[in-house]
Design a protein around this ligand. Structure first.
Ligand code: GDP
Length: 277
C-alpha cells in the first residue's frame, strides 16, 4: 500500500515560500499536537534559516497532552525557536503565543535600538502543512486584535494585517508539504486529516488506527461504538456497520463507509484524546 497524496503543486510553492519568509521577522509554524513530529515539514529549518520561529502545536484539545509534552521536552530547541501547545478553536486559546511574541519583540527592539532604529511591529507569517489549523489561527489572532483595530497594509504585493503595535501578520498562510515516503508518517497524516480522504486508502488507514485504539483501550472508543473490547477488526467493522446501517446491498457491510465513520469520529475527538507519534 502506498499513499499517493502529495500534490505536485506543492513543489512549486517552495520557491515562493522562501521569498515570502525573507519578508518576515518571525515565523509562526503550526503543527498538530497529536502528531508533533509527523506534522513537521522536512525543510522547515532550511526555509526559516536563522529566523526566530514559534512552533504552535495546535489541536491540543484532541491530543494526549502529557504524551505530546514528553515528546517535545526531549527535542532540541535551539535559541530563537519557541514552542507552545495551543487550542486555536477556543477563546483565549492562543494566550501563550502572545507572550512569546512579546519576548521576540523585546529582542528585536533591543537590536534595533542598538542600531539607532525606531521600533516597529514585527512582521510575521503563519506556515504549516495542510489542515493543521493555519486559517483558524489567523482568524483567532485577528479576533483578539479587533479591539485594537486590525488594519490592512500592502507592501510589495503582500497583504499585512496589523494585529497590535507589536505584530503585523501576512494575511495568507504558507502551505508547507508534509514528509514524504515514510509509510507510518503517511498513516498518521491520513488519520489526523492532513491528507484528503479522496486520495487516502481509508480502509488501510482505519485498520491501522483501530489497532492503536484497541491497544489504548480508552472507554470513549468502546462506548462510542458499543464494543466490549474482545472484538477483532472484522467484528468491529460488523458492529459499527450494523448499528449505523452502513450496508452495500442486503446485509453486506460497507467497509469503506465504516472506515470513514471511524476516521471522522476519531478526528472529532469522539473516540478519546490521542498522540500518535
Ligand atoms: P489549515 O488548512 O491549516 O488552514 O487548517 P484550518 O484552519 O482550515 O483547520 C482545519 C480543521 O481543523 C478545521 O475543521 C478546524 O475547525 C479544525 N481546527 C483548527 N484548530 C483546531 C483546534 O484547536 N481544535 C480542534 N479540535 N480543531 C481545530
Amino acid at each position: 500500500m502506498m499513499i499517493n497524496w502529495y500534490p505536485g503543486h506543492m513543489f512549486k510553492t517552495k520557491k515562493a515560500l522562501l521569498a515570502q519568509v525573507k519578508l518576515v521577522d518571525v515565523v509562526l509554524e503550526i503543527r498538530d499536537a497529536r502528531i508533533p513530529l509527523s506534522s513537521k515539514n522536512p525543510d522547515i529549518e532550511e526555509i526559516c534559516k536563522n529566523k526566530p520561529r514559534i512552533v504552535l502545536f495546535n489541536k491540543k484539545d484532541l491530543a494526549d497532552v502529557e504524551k505530546t509534552e514528553e515528546i517535545l521536552k526531549k527535542l532540541p530547541w535551539p535559541e530563537g525557536v519557541y514552542y507552545c501547545l495551543v487550542e486555536s478553536k477556543a477563546t483565549g486559546g492562543l494566550k501563550e503565543v502572545w507572550n512569546i511574541i512579546e519576548k521576540v519583540y523585546g529582542q528585536y527592539k533591543e537590536k534595533w535600538s542598538g542600531k539607532g532604529l525606531r521600533p516597529r511591529p514585527l512582521r510575521g507569517m503563519v506556515v504549516g502543512i495542510p489542515n493543521v489549523g493555519k486559517s483558524t489561527i489567523i482568524n483567532r489572532l485577528l479576533k483578539r486584535s479587533v479591539k485594537t483595530g486590525a488594519k490592512p497594509g500592502v507592501t510589495r504585493g503582500v497583504q499585512w494585517i496589523k494585529l497590535s503595535d507589536k505584530l503585523e501578520l501576512m494575511d495568507t498562510p504558507g502551505v508547507l508539504w508534509p514528509k514524504l515516503g515514510d509509510m507510518e508518517v503517511g498513516l498518521k497524516l491520513g488519520a489526523t486529516g492532513s491528507i484528503s480522504d479522496e486520495v487516502l486508502p481509508v480502509i488501510e488507514v482505519a485498520n491501522w488506527l483501530l489497532k492503536i485504539l484497541c491497544t489504548y483501550r480508552k472507554p470513549e472508543f468502546f462506548n462510542r461504538f458499543n464494543l466490549n473490547g474482545s472484538e477483532n477488526l472484522n467484528e468491529i467493522y460488523e458492529k459499527i456497520g450494523r448499528r449505523r446501517g452502513l450496508f452495500l446491498r442486503g446485509e453486506e457491510i460497507d467497509y469503506q463507509k465504516v472506515a470513514l465513520v471511524i476516521l471522522k469520529e476519531f478526528r472529532q475527538g469522539l473516540l478519546g484524546k490521542y498522540t500518535l507519534d
